[in-house]
Ligand binder design. Structure first.
Ligand code: SAM
Length: 303
């Protein structure tokens, strides 16, 4: 929740107070729903990085709103965050890091064999102010969210995730399109223009036929090598083979060479010869000079 006076003047901050939401970000999810109707027919959903809980509150209110009260017990909302979250009626809360396998297993455990209709993720790292690092950590969080999603989302389901709209957004879109028939990047009105955040609304989950969901994080799990050894030409496999080409006799691309290397070498040889001859001549002069001095000294003593 906003602590500063600028936040307190913010209309969404004040609306959240009035509507009883724990954070102004509630309106981002509401506005995404108003535009894309993402809650239609949803009964089971996961809120990744959900603290303090305003998205889970929205999910709870909207999913119950359109459903016959007799069927309310079919609604299952699981909210996960690395930080502790105050309990919410009708929402299962898990304190866990979504980049850890153990958290993914815990979420999956709450679905007891049934898949989710919707997964939302508003995850954001603690911003360091170093743009590249923030974007990298955000991508890592998003990767973990996608990873978990491929385990719990039903075919045809929806995934909504916060992204940072950086220069690689087209690449991200292309990657998400591998798993979803429709991917739209959107920015709700309640998301500040000064923020680079946007949201990917991914619909109609349809993983490639040979895709095998896997759970590891390259930061914390050391099982990547084993995993890739176990994979057999599936669509997951994405280590590109690399073979070095050339040996030490080739030019080193980090050094600079003259355009005509042979002429350059001959010039070097001539320069070296001249230097050697000069040294020999100079040493002859020096020895002649020393010989003269020696001669005069011996003459002096003879007298
Ligand atoms: N959607 C939430 C709401 O409406 O109340 C707000 C989410 S807040 C913008 C981002 C959340 O991401 C923070 O609560 C933070 O603790 C969580 N987060 C960041 N890294 C995480 C991680 N690795 N695992 C789980 N949660 C994480």
């Amino acid at each position: 929740m906003g602590k500063y006076s600028a936040d307190k003047r913010d209309i969404y901050y004040r609306m959240a107070k009035v509507d009883g939401y724990r954070a102004r970000s509630a309106y981002k999810l509401i506005q995404i729903h108003e535009k894309f109707n993402i809650f239609a027919g949803v009964k089971r959903c996961v809120d990744l990085c959900g603290a303090p809980g305003s998205w889970s509150q929205v999910l709870h209110r909207y999913l119950h709103k359109d459903l016959n009260p007799d069927n309310w017990d079919e609604i299952r909302i699981v909210s996960v965050d690395i930080q502790a979250m105050a309990p919410m009626a009708g929402v299962v809360t898990i304190q866990g890091d979504i980049t850890r396998m153990s958290t993914a297993h815990e979420i999956i455990g709450h679905f007891c064999g049934s898949a989710a209709d919707l997964v939302v993720c508003d995850g954001a790292p603690d911003v360091t102010g170093l743009h590249d690092i923030d974007t990298y950590i955000q991508s890592e969080l998003l990767l973990s969210a996608i990873n978990i999603t491929t385990h719990v989302l039903k075919t045809g389901g929806t995934f909504v995730a916060k992204i940072f709209r950086g220069k690689d957004v087209s690449l991200l879109w292309t990657q998400l399109k591998i798993f979803f028939a429709e991917v739209i990047i959107t920015k709700p009105k309640s998301s500040r223009n000064s923020s680079i955040e946007a949201f990917a609304v991914c619909r109609h989950y349809c993983p490639p036929e040979d895709y095998k969901p896997f759970l590891f994080n390259s930061f914390v799990d050391q099982k990547c090598d084993q995993y890739f050894q176990d994979m057999n030409n599936g669509s997951n496999e994405h280590i590109i083979p690399f073979m070095s080409c050339g040996d030490l006799s080739s030019f080193d691309s980090d050094r600079s060479y003259p355009l005509n290397i042979e002429t350059h070498e001959s010039v070097l040889r001539v320069v070296l010869g001249v230097v050697l001859v000069s040294i020999v001549m100079a040493s002859g002069c020096v020895s002649g000079y020393l010989g003269g001095i020696f001669h005069r000294v011996s003459e002096f003593f003879r007298v």
